[in-house]
Structures are given as C-alpha cells and as structure tokens.
Design a protein around this ligand. Structure first.
Ligand SMILES: [Zn+2]
Ligand SMILES: [Zn+2]
Length: 339
C-alpha cells in the first residue's frame, strides 16, 4: 500500500514538472488568483470606522500593503471576525493580540492616495501601536501629510521627515510619477499616477510578476475636470495589458448619476465611470476588451439622510450602464476577495 502511495506521489511530481516545463503552467496561473484583497473600509464620507482602506497582497506571500488607511484597526477587527485572515499564517506574538499582530507584522507599508482625512485617519490614530514601516505617496501628498497632520499639533510627527521632533516610525518615500518602485518587505512594485481632485490625488498600479492590480484614490473624470490625467493612465494600462494581466481595479463611484457636475468636487458617478472605462476599452481595442474585468467600487458616499440608499441606487445605475461586460463588485467591510 505504502509503495503504491509513493509511486503515485512520484508520478504526480513528474506530471506537475511536465506541466510546468511545457508552459501549460502559465495557463494554470492565468485562472488561479494572483492577489488577495481585504476590505478594511468600503465607503466614502462620513461614517467613522468604515472609511476607504484595503489590504492587498500577492497570494505568494503573507505581507500586505495598505491601499489608503481611512479606517485601520476597526477594519482589521471586523475582517478578523469575518474570517478574512483565516488562511494567513499570523505571526505568533507574545505581546500583541491578533489584530495587533496583523498590523505590526503583516502590513508592511501604506500607499496613501491623497491627504484627505477619510483616507488617512486610521493610520494616524493607530500610529502609537504600529510597527516601523514606510509611507509611500507622491511628493505633494507626502508634503501635505507632514504639514497637516505630522506637525506636532494635529498629531505627533511619527514620520522621519518634516517638523521636529521626529519619532522616526514611518519612513516617508516619495513616489515619482510614472516611475516604478519596490514596496519594501513585499514582492510588489508600484507605479504612481496623478489624479484630479480638490487636492492632488493619485492612482497606484501595483505589480507582481506579470499580474497587475490598480487602485484609484478619489478622482474626478477628465471631462468635468478638463484634464487628461485618467486618459494618461488608460494609455499606460492599454500598453501594459498587451503582455501583462490586469487582475482587478478599485475605483470610486461617490455619487449617483443625478448629481450635477458642478457639485461633484472631484468624484465620479456611475455614468462618468463608465465613460472613463469606455475610453480604456477603446485604447485596448478589439471586441469587448474589458469583458469580465473585476471592478471594485469604492467610496460610495454614506449618508445620514432619511429614505435614501445611495449604495442601492449606485449599484443599479452601474448595472444598467455596464455595456462593457465588467464584473462589478460592491465590496463590504471585512470581506476577503481574490483576483
Ligand atoms: Zn478626497
Ligand atoms: Zn475621500
């Protein structure tokens, strides 16, 4: 019996080797997930405890990078409760509980899209118990974070730059637009692009090998902003997808279609998002080039108003306008998603 098992194992090893050496492995990789995403905060606007924040990792390693950090500790706690980290081999730490261990050992850095409080609040308030790591942002965002929060008034300066005294917990890294940089202690690389918003915002193209995932901070559409910032990203991505695989995109849809353009304040509606993605599709070319693309909708504005449900309306408007065949995902806090 044992002999048969050994022989079966040996045959399996040989056949797996054969598959990978004939190049079929690449096909297998195409359908198996490349990235894991944990939703720490799913909404824009006013509900503390559930503001824009995601954790992303390559499935090949236990190390995440945070994509914005509007909500951090509450998001990790919610995600722990919902089992989002059940497959993660969490470092066993004598001093820190599960959420503390995840934050301190498994979140290796922050990609901050812009300095608005709803994208950074969680990181600021968690900083006293966080571990040393890097904050990655485009230069204007890093400057604004330093001047606005890490100034010894709004908050102590936990970074290694700007107004003294410096607590040196966070190493501030400037991402130069369009230049690819490594994310320390992960196998990920990032390329930043500028976005149009009342303050400069940014998008991050994150790569692991031939797999790409894109995170957009708050952004207005080119047509309203009278800029071509999204157009520049679509051009870049259209070129990338010729030889790499776009696994998913997180992009905002803050308001419903009925919102007047002069009251968007640098945000998107379902219609305007579809317009932008059509522009990407045109640049890629061919028939339905975005068919099945995973598009995670972030920053739907939460409201305390009575008898309105922006989430339901936006979901319906996105579905109605989805002539590109996108796989639209409305994320929920605490969820784990694979791409
Ligand atoms: Zn904003
Ligand atoms: Zn925001």
């Amino acid at each position: 019996m044992r002999d048969i098992m050994t022989k079966a194992k040996w045959l399996l090893t040989i056949s797996l080797f054969f598959v990978s050496s004939t190049g079929l492995q690449a096909e297998t990789d195409d359908t198996s997930p490349a990235f894991e995403l944990v939703v720490l905060g799913d909404s824009g606007g006013i509900q503390d405890g559930n503001l824009s924040a995601f954790l992303l990792r390559s499935v090949t390693e236990p190390n995440y990078v945070a994509l914005d950090a509007g909500t951090l500790v509450n998001g990790i706690n919610q995600s722990v409760r919902q089992g989002a980290f059940d497959d993660l081999a969490i470092v066993d730490d004598d001093k820190w509980g599960k959420a503390g261990s995840i934050l301190r050992h498994h979140v290796k850095g922050y990609l901050i899209s812009h300095a608005h409080l709803d994208h950074i609040n969680g990181m600021l308030v968690a900083s006293p118990e966080d571990s040393k790591k890097s904050i990655y942002a485009i230069p204007s965002v890093n400057t604004m974070i330093g001047e606005t929060y890490f100034n010894g008034k709004a908050w102590a300066n936990f970074s290694d730059r700007g107004i003294p005294p410096l607590l040196n917990k966070y190493h501030v890294v400037d991402l130069l637009l369009g230049k690819t940089a490594p994310i320390a202690n992960t196998a990920l690389h990032v390329t930043a692009f500028s976005l149009s918003h009342p303050v400069e915002s940014s998008a991050f193209v994150i790569e692991h090998g031939d797999d790409i995932f894109v995170y957009f901070g708050d952004t207005g559409p080119d047509i309203v902003e009278k800029q071509d910032k999204l157009d520049a990203i679509w051009t870049y991505l259209a070129k990338q997808v010729k030889h790499k695989k776009l696994r998913g995109v997180i992009i905002e849809t803050s308001f419903e279609n009925e919102r007047p353009h002069n009251l968007l304040f640098g945000h998107l509606t379902p219609e305007l998002l579809m317009g932008e993605l059509r522009s990407l599709a045109t640049k890629i070319g061919g028939e339905k080039p975005l068919q099945g693309l995973n598009v995670v909708i972030s920053h739907i504005k939460y409201t305390l108003a009575k008898n309105v449900d922006p989430r339901a309306n936006i979901t319906k408007q996105l579905d109605d306008g989805n002539d590109l065949g996108l796989n639209i995902i409305i994320p929920k806090q605490g969820q784990k998603l694979l791409f």
